[in-house]
Design a protein around this ligand. Structure first.
Ligand SMILES: Nc1ncnc2c1ncn2[C@@H]1O[C@H](COP(=O)(O)OP(=O)(O)OP(=O)(O)O)[C@@H](O)[C@H]1O
Ligand SMILES: O=C(O)C1=C[C@@H](O)[C@@H](O)[C@H](O)C1
Ligand SMILES: [Mg+2]
Length: 177
């Protein structure tokens, strides 16, 4: 059984990266870090406010900067933000430094799980249409960088975390260290 050192969760809004990530980290005895929460802690404001002040480009710069640092941290499970995989430099950090897990969710599931929170990219009309367009653009990236993936539509966060822990412990690390 291999020892897991770093795990990175990727996937769309509402897939459960933060929720499942916390449970999976506990099962693997890793520290849990949420990239969105780390950005908020560092700036002292929430993500919608960062989008308001600096736009998406400003948010992405902060996201990439912190991802570069946090993907070096040993014994860590990092739950990324839904769009963190857009930057090719981020993709390289994720692929080279740990096991990448893609949490899959369809648009209906995403809508059900995000409708009570303010997501800057979903403001305005037709959030389902936006989610579908975003997923279509990003799914190939999630698939390309992931070592393993799992469907999160069915099953509680605890059950999904249990399945992932088992699969990760059977998977040989594909990165250098
Ligand atoms: N497997 C699941 N079954 C039922 N509800 C879930 C599941 N996973 C997550 N949820 C719920 O969906 C909501 C969104 O989950 P979460 O915040 O973990 O998603 P996320 O992938 O981190 O999204 P974001 O990219 O926007 O940060 C939460 O209220 C969470 O409790
Ligand atoms: O999918 C996205 O681009 C985002 C997802 C969230 O996790 C946050 O990182 C932010 O709202 C942007
Ligand atoms: Mg999250």
């Amino acid at each position: 059984m291999s020892r897991i050192d770093r795990v990175f969760l990727v996937g769309p809004m509402g897939a459960g990266k933060s929720t499942i990530g916390r449970r999976l980290a506990a099962r693997l005895a890793l520290s849990f870090v949420d990239l969105d929460a780390a950005i908020e802690a560092r700036t002292g404001v929430d993500i919608p406010r960062i989008f308001d002040i600096e736009g998406e480009a400003g948010f992405r710069r902060r996201e990439s900067e912190l991802l570069e640092t946090l993907t070096r941290q040993p014994r860590t499970l990092l739950a990324t933000g839904g769009g963190a995989v857009l930057d090719p430099a981020n993709q390289r950090c994720l692929r080279e430094r740990g096991q990448v897990v893609y949490l899959r969710a369809d648009v209906a599931t995403q809508i059900a799980r995000t409708r009570h929170s303010d997501r800057p990219l979903l403001r305005g009309d037709d959030p389902a249409g936006r989610l579908a367009a975003i997923l279509e653009a990003r799914a190939p990236i999630y698939e390309a960088i992931a070592d393993i993936s799992i469907d999160t539509r069915d099953g509680s966060p605890e059950r999904i975390a249990e399945q992932l822990a088992r699969r990760l412990q059977q998977t040989e690390p594909s990165h250098d260290g």
